[in-house]
Design a protein around this ligand. Structure first.
Ligand code: NAP
Ligand code: ZN
Ligand code: ZN
Length: 350
């Protein structure tokens, strides 16, 4: 077994604190990564606080992971020692079902194994995430990172990037399409960059007047202050696609009203509380309300390659692991531009 060392929450609402644990010995298909960077996704906070009710404690969060390969098993062909590699939100799946075979491992009929707060398949060992020194992962569930990509700015792409790339592709964002992005946080800021690079007309919706200038710099063609009813009214009926990334309860009916007929609102944010929808908001114009969760391995690699080709990285604020609890508080106060990324050297040097 490999020694690993990270930060964990022992129970809901506990502060994250140092935690030592073991990882499996690497098998022939496994690589070992020495982790260098891990983004802080709002889902990490939902998990650490048990917002969704299914967290396995102790939880070492982190599923936006970049590291260096320090060991490659005898059957590994995709990586060699010294390469930069990445891990996203899942580290295994049944590999047999039709969804796994078609590259949609995240929707595995037997449930994919989450990078943290899960159980390794065929064992009783918990999975622990990327706020840690190392990770042992099957090469099939690791991603390659282009040599020109900045590892810190790449890390958040492993969740925020794929979560927004996948629905933009699925609902064919591109030239001639008006795409709304609601919420300018980790997911929202990268959605703007990706949608812009795909050629769509991007309108950012924010509750934070202080982010309006940034939204344009990130690539939005228009910015709407969502608390301003006159600005909202001007957008009615005009959208082909809206990605809603808001992490807290909010009124979906308003955004359904901004869609054109037969158009789609994709709810990506996962507030703990149920969202309420009036049937009338949907039937007037046969609108679609749907959702999407991360993406499979092939599409995640496609997203990383797309970002490399378009020089897309996340706007990050680097922090040391010792600042993680303060970072959580700041995210909950909506005070981050636009993703905290933990420099994991801070874990080794403490
Ligand atoms: P984040 O960085 O905290 O961003 C959320 C944004 O939502 C904030 O920046 C803010 O944008 C807006 N917001 C926050 N509170 C609000 C409120 N009360 N009313 C209206 N707007 C509010 O979070 P994130 O990491 O992007 O994650 C967002 C959500 O997506 C979380 O619930 C997370 O769990 C979920 N998620 C889902 C998936 C998936 O696969 N579907 C994957 C990853 C994350 P403004 O300041 O611009 O208003
Ligand atoms: Zn995430
Ligand atoms: Zn499967």
């Amino acid at each position: 077994m490999l020694d690993s060392h990270g930060y964990a929450a022992q129970q809901a609402n506990a502060r994250l604190a140092p935690f030592s644990f073991k990882r499996r010995d690497p098998g022939p298909q496994d690589i070992v990564l020495e982790l260098t960077h891990c983004g802080i996704c709002h889902s990490d906070i939902h998990y650490a606080r048990n917002d969704w009710g299914f967290t396995q404690f102790p939880v070492v969060p982190g599923h936006e992971i970049v590291g260096r390969v320090t060991h490659a098993g005898s059957a590994v062909t995709k990586f060699k020692v010294g390469d930069t590699a990445a891990i996203g939100c899942l580290v295994d799946s049944c590999r047999q079902c039709s969804r796994c075979r078609s590259g949609h491992e995240h929707m595995c009929e037997q449930h994919a194994t989450p990078t943290y707060s899960g159980i390794e398949r065929g064992t009783s060992r918990p999975t622990y995430g990327g706020y840690s020194t190392n990770y042992v992962v099957d090469q099939r569930f690791a991603l390659t990172v282009g040599s020109k990509m900045d590892p810190a700015a790449t890390a958040p792409l492993l969740c925020a990037g794929i979560t927004t790339y996948s629905p933009l592709r699925h609902w064919k964002a591109g030239p001639g399409q008006r795409v709304g992005v609601v919420g300018l946080g980790g997911l929202g800021h990268v959605a703007i960059k990706l949608g812009r690079a795909m050629g769509a007309h991007i309108v950012a919706f924010t509750t934070s007047p202080g982010k309006a200038e940034d939204a344009e710099r990130l690539g939005a063609h228009e910015v709407v202050l969502s608390k301003d009813q006159a600005q909202m009214a001007r957008q009615r009926g005009s959208f082909d696609l809206i990605l809603d990334t808001v992490s807290a309860p909010h009124d979906l009916n308003t955004y359904l009203g901004l869609l054109g007929a037969d158009k789609t609102l994709v709810q990506l944010g996962m507030p703990a509380e149920p969202l309420s929808v009036r049937a009338m908001s949907l039937c007037m114009g046969r609108k679609r309300l749907t959702s999407s969760m991360i993406g499979g391995l092939p599409e995640t690699q496609e997203m990383l390659d797309f970002c490399a080709a378009h020089s897309i990285g996340c706007d990050i604020e680097p922090i040391a692991i010792q600042q993680v609890n303060e970072a959580y508080e700041r995210i909950l106060r909506n005070d981050v531009k636009y993703r905290f990324v933990i420099d994991l050297a801070s874990l080794r040097n403490q």
